[in-house]
Write a protein that binds this ligand. Structure first.
Ligand code: B12
Length: 219
C-alpha cells in the first residue's frame, strides 16, 4: 500500500467522478477499493470524488440532458462506492456517547445517500444513531425521539416539495413537548430556511453536520 500523491490522486478522484456520470457501479466499486488501498480518506473519496459526479448528474437531469434511468444508474454507482467506504467510516466509532440521534428522510422523499452519510459520520464520531430510513412519517420521528429520549432529530429533504415536511416536523416535536433539538439538511435546504421554520440548526454536508451536532448537544 502506497500513498497516492498529487497527480495520481487527482486522476483517481476524477475517475470516481466519471464513474458516477457513467452510472458504472463496477468502476465505482473498484475505485473506492483503490482509494482505500491508496490511503485516501473515505470522506475525501466521497466528498471530492463521487459526490461532485452525483451533483453533476443532478444538473444534467435538470437541463434535460440526462433522464430518470441515468439518475437511477448514477445513484446505484454511488451506492456501490458507499458500500465499500461506509464500513471504513464506521470503524472510527468511539466508545463515548455524545448524544442520541434519530435521523431520517422526510415523508414523500426517498433520497437516502446524503442522510445515510450524515448518520454514518455522526455514529463514527460518537453519537448513538437510530436511522429510520426514508419516507419516514412525522409521527415515527416523534415516537422514536420519545422512546430514545433523543437529543437530536435530524431530517433530510432533497425535494423542494418535501422541504415543507421539515416545518411540520419541527412543529410536531415541539408540540409533543420533547426536549430534542431539530436539525435539517439536504440539497435545497439552507440556513435561511432553517431559521424560517424554527429549526435548531442547518449544515451543508456531513462533516459540518457533525460539528453542528457537537455544538447543539450540551456536553
Ligand atoms: C441520486 C438522486 C436520485 C436517486 C436517489 C437514490 C437514493 N437512494 O438516494 C433517485 C433516482 C431515486 C431520485 C429520484 C427522484 N429525484 Co432525485 N436526485 C438525485 C441527485 C442526482 C443526487 C442526490 C444525492 O444523493 N446527492 C449526494 C449526497 C451526498 O448529497 P445530499 O443528499 O445533498 O446530502 C448532503 C447534504 O445535503 C447534507 N445533508 C443531507 N441530509 C442532511 C440532514 C441533516 C440533518 C443535515 C444537517 C445535513 C444533511 O449532508 C449530505 C452529505 O454531505 C439529486 C441532485 C442534487 N443536486 O442533489 C437529484 C434531485 C434531488 N432529484 C430530483 C428529482 C426531481 C427527483 C424525482 C422527482 C425524479 C422523478 N421524476 O421521479 C425523484 C423523486 C423521488 C422521491 N419521491 O423522493 C431533483 C429535485 C428538484 C427539486 N427542486 O425538488 C434533483 C435536485 C435533480 C435536479 N437537479 O433536478 N433521485
Amino acid at each position: 500500500m502506497t500513498e497516492v500523491p498529487g497527480e495520481g490522486r487527482h486522476e483517481l478522484l476524477a475517475a470516481m467522478n466519471q464513474s458516477i456520470l457513467d452510472g458504472d457501479d463496477e468502476a465505482a466499486d473498484r475505485l473506492a477499493r483503490e482509494a482505500l488501498a491508496a490511503r485516501i480518506e473515505p470522506l475525501e473519496a466521497i466528498d471530492r470524488g463521487f459526490t461532485p459526479g452525483l451533483r453533476e448528474v443532478g444538473r444534467l437531469f435538470e437541463d434535460g440532458e440526462y433522464f430518470l434511468p441515468e439518475l437511477v444508474t448514477a445513484a446505484q454507482a454511488m451506492q456501490a462506492a458507499m458500500a465499500v467506504l461506509r464500513p471504513v467510516l464506521g470503524e472510527q466509532a468511539s466508545e463515548r456517547t455524545l448524544g442520541r440521534v434519530v435521523i431520517g428522510t422526510v415523508p414523500g422523499d426517498i433520497h437516502d445517500i446524503g442522510k445515510t452519510l450524515v448518520g454514518t459520520l455522526l455514529a463514527a464520531n460518537g453519537f448513538e444513531v437510530s436511522d429510520e430510513g426514508v419516507d419516514v412519517p412525522i409521527e415515527r420521528f416523534v415516537e422514536r425521539a420519545r422512546e430514545l429520549d433523543a437529543d437530536l432529530v435530524c431530517a433530510s429533504a432533497l425535494l423542494t416539495t418535501t422541504m415543507a415536511m421539515q416545518r411540520d416536523l419541527v412543529n410536531a416535536v415541539r408540540s409533543a413537548g420533547l426536549r430534542a433539538r431539530v436539525l435539517v439538511g439536504g440539497a435545497p435546504v439552507n440556513q435561511a430556511w432553517a431559521e424560517e421554520i424554527g429549526a435548531d440548526g442547518y449544515a451543508e454536508n456531513a462533516a459540518a453536520a457533525v460539528d453542528l451536532a457537537r455544538r447543539t448537544v450540551p456536553p
